[in-house]
Write a protein that binds this ligand. Sequence first.
Ligand code: GDG
Length: 483
Amino acid sequence: MNKTIIVSNRLPLQISLHNNNLVLTPSVGGLATGMKSVHEGGKSLWIGWSGLKEEDLDPKLTEKVNAAIAKENCAAVSLTGKDLNNFYYGFSNNTLWPMFHYFMEYTTFEGKHWESYKEVNRKFAETVLEHTNDGDTIWVHDYQLLLLPELIKRERPNVSVGFFLHIPFPSYEVFRALPWREELLNGMLGADLLGFHTYDYERHFLSSVRRILRLDTHFNEISYQGRTLRVDSFPMGIDYNKFRNAAIAHHEQGPEYKSDLKKRLDAHLQSAPDAKMILSIDRLDYTKGIPNRLKAFEYFLDKYPQFREKVRFILLAVPSRSNVPQYQLLKKETDELVGRINGKFSTVNWTPIWYFYRSMPFENLIDLYTSCGVALITPIRDGMNLVAKEYIATRVDKDGVLVLSEMAGAAKEMNEALLINPNNFEQIADTLKRALEMTEEEQAERNAFMQRRLERYSVEKWAKEFMKALHATKQQHHVIVSK
Ligand code: GDG
């Protein structure tokens, strides 16, 4: 029977060792949730790195891990610490991640990292090919695996390969600076269907294919090595019902079930009749525009002093890639900015910013989403941004205002949000004022539109649409071959 293989850098589960017993915890991220519908029913296999380094595993433990993850329909690619340094922290996160988000000043071009990237993509290909039979469907995810589609297609021309990029694809003018631009494009073109979050990323990719590889493109199709590939946009959604139902449950819960966090949030809201909270949640990543956001908030408190002692900004920054120097610098900058702003404006009764540098359990995330009347999401660049969608999904009473950067892929679908340029502090400050003063009718009107759209185009639908399009390219290919 034909099966579907999902491939991503990490498996959708966390593995840890407790008293010599393996504990598997499912990942809660958007990708893991989104692919659930594809990965259910035992007809699919998920391939990725387990999170455990090769040198930390002896043969007995490896066997144990492999057996445990096989029960979850997963298979592991084995990576060493050196692979992680050069392939993951090196090429993926020091070359592709900054460049694709237009941070050229952070982009490094290291031959050693590129060699490792090729080597690790080959390791992934080996594991995938071991498990693949003709007629199978393979869905490869994200920027760590750009070479994988071609490595699979070369060996197995009869399997259909889909690829989805979760981050932006940059403009040709940026992408062409990459020394290995042809190899990367050729790697991606091994896929039969290439998916992006937005039409702009799709357009940028097609332009690079035309100008770097000199290939002809026809609308969203590319003729390549006797195949017709399709390129399309599939804006990723969220598990709408999960967020909505969790928010409904929170509204209905009695005081005895409230978390300590929720009690503290409620206390602020009750401190004054017009007390409000502004929320932001992101990984501590330079693409997310956290310093800009803090500076804009400072500017807001300077320009509109009437909001002092009434508005509290909750900043949840989740630790990420903390051994990469730029991330360490960003942590320092964020700590200093929060300290400076709190030092400047705090009073005996009020601290303007509540800063959490940690990851929070899902329940607390819902506490934050449901308590804060404004979400301030200001990435400098962001492939999509699921937090913006989750915030709107949890607003069961249809109140709440989303202030969203026009540089996030999500802005293309969330026109009813208040869109801002993340570099324009004046505009952010004025928009914050507008958000805090918006009438409930206007909030409800805006949110009703967005909620309807989010409910309709859920993450499950996203995965289904991609798979449907991939099967359609396969059928089209068969027709052409058999003619
Ligand atoms: C990449 C692209 C694209 C966050 N903090 C906690 C927590 N989260 C969850 C959120 C959300 C997810 O993590 C973050 O997703 P984003 O989309 O906002 O951002 P990235 O991690 O950068 O994701 C992005 C995405 O891929 C999908 O294609 O949208 O553009 O950069 O789901 O809820 N979850 C819990 N605790 C936290 O503290 N439990």
